[in-house]
Each structure stands twice: as C-alpha cells, then as structure tokens.
Write a protein that binds this ligand. Structure first.
Ligand code: ADP
Ligand code: MG
Length: 253
C-alpha cells in the first residue's frame, strides 16, 4: 500500500495519482453516551476519487467526517490520512492535518457578522501566511467558485446556493488535498444542487479528493460515483464507480 505523503510545510507538492489518501481499518466509534455511531468500518480511498457517503439520518455520516479531521478519536481501529496515522498523531500536526482537509459543514458555520470575503479570509488569518498572498489567494478562490459579486455582502444577504459556494470557498483556503462536504445540497432546489455538484466536480478534476455525504438520490443515481452506504453505523455496501469514459459527463443539465 502506497500512501500519499503529507508534508508539514504549507505548500504541498504534486503526488502520484493512485496512492492511498484515506484508509479506515476496523474503525468503531462509540460516543461517551453509549451510542455506537460507527461499527467496524474499513475502506480505502485513493487520491483523486469523488466518493458519495449515503445513509439515513443517524447512520454515522457526520461522525465519519469528524473522525477524519481528528475532531473525534475512534474507540478502536486505525485511520490514516495520507501516511499519517490519526490515532498516533502528535498534537503539533493537527493544524497541518486540518489545512489538508477542507470541510463544508452541514450547517455551513459562516460567521454572520463578517462579509463573505472576511469569512473566506478567516482561516488564513490564523495561519502564518503573508497578508498580500492571503488576499490574492482569497480573490482567486472567490472568482473560482463564482461569487465575486457577493464578496462584500453578509451571509444573510445570500441565497442558499451562494452560501454553499461561500462555504466551499472557505474550505479551499489552504488548497486542501481532501474536501469533505456534508450534505451540501440538503437545502437546495434541484437546479442549484446540480450547480454545486458541478463546482465540486471541477474541484475534483483539479486533483482534490472529495467525500460528500448526501441524501440526493437524483445526484447519486445520475453520477454513479463510488458510493459508501452506511446503515446504523455499519458500512453495508461499497459500490464501485460506474463511470463511463469520459468521466462526469452523464448527467443532463
Ligand atoms: P448522520 O450524519 O448520518 O445523520 P451522525 O454521525 O450525526 O449521523 O450520528 C450517528 C449516531 O451517533 C446517531 O445515533 C447520533 O445520535 C449519534 N451521535 C452523533 N454525535 C453524537 C455526540 N456528539 N454524542 C453522542 N451521540 C452522538
Ligand atoms: Mg450528518
């Protein structure tokens, strides 16, 4: 098994295409309350994959994401991100891990008293990036996700789809290796959902590995990406991608 090598520096080199990015080995997560959120989960995701995680509410999707960013520790089993073993990760590496994983939270977590531009800049302010470079980076990201005309507005002034784009933009701040998107189309109409998916596909095509939790059967059935199915904390199915070549061209717009 060849793992992607994570670096402690801020800029990441390009890696080989088919190396392991995420690996769960017999992972069980039991919360202190006694709930078993995940039970004996094992899977491997290669660099550059776009994987759906589906399953009813309460099946463990968000818990899986929280384990990936070291927000929670597994009760047993091992988790690897690149060549890093999260169950033995030195504390000083956690900020670097989080730079490598951009998260689009289910509830977005945008700050209401900051503009869209300031929200996207926020993670960079706590890093040690030069402010001129940070501004250039944020300008580029805002352009890339298509919300330039909304940059100086506050979250309350944006539509659901625009807010989702802003949350994706913030997740891109450190050019992460991995994006986790937790039900990013949950509150959107069908057309807007597809626009968000197209944005995520663009990001994936530039090499970023994506895991997306979703309830959207239309999207899952149309795209036929690899799909992990969770039921009551168990991985009941790991369905391989059924892309025809060329990839990502199956859905109608
Ligand atoms: P999903 O995202 O698929 O809806 P979650 O990962 O949020 O599922 O939840 C999986 C299970 O773990 C549920 O039974 C939920 O009640 C429980 N759970 C989630 N977070 C916590 C927590 N912080 N403390 C205790 N139980 C939790
Ligand atoms: Mg959830």
């Amino acid at each position: 098994m060849k793992f992607v090598v994570l670096d402690t520096s801020d800029t990441l080199d390009t890696y080989d295409t088919l190396t392991t990015m995420i690996r769960f080995e017999n992972v069980t997560k039991q919360y202190p309350t006694g709930n078993t959120a995940l039970e004996d989960i094992s899977f491997t995701i290669d660099r550059g994959e776009f994987v759906f995680v589906i399953g009813p509410s309460g099946s463990g999707k968000t818990t899986l994401f929280r384990l990936l960013i070291n927000d929670e520790m597994p009760s047993s089993g091992s988790i690897f991100i690149g060549d890093w073993d999260l169950t033995n990760l030195p504390k000083k590496k956690i900020p670097v891990l989080r730079k490598n994983i951009g998260v689009v939270f289910q509830d977005l977590k945008l700050l209401r008293d900051r503009t869209i531009y300031e929200n996207i800049m926020f993670p960079l302010e706590v890093g040690d990036i030069d402010s001129h470079e940070a501004r250039e980076r944020v300008d580029g990201i805002i352009e890339r996700v298509g919300i330039s005309e909304h940059r100086d507005k506050f979250p309350i002034q944006l539509s659901g789809g625009e807010l989702q784009r802003a949350a994706i933009a913030r997740a891109l701040a450190f050019s992460p290796e991995i994006i986790l998107a937790d039900e990013p189309t949950g509150n959107l109409d069908n057309a807007t959902s597809w626009e968000i998916i197209k944005l995520l596909q663009d990001i994936n095509e530039s090499g970023t590995t994506i895991l997306m939790a979703t309830h959207n059967a239309d999207i899952v059935n149309s795209l036929r990406n690899r799909t992990l199915i969770l039921e009551k904390g168990k991985l009941t199915k790991d369905q391989a991608s059924k892309h025809k070549k060329p990839e990502h061209k199956e859905h109608k717009e």
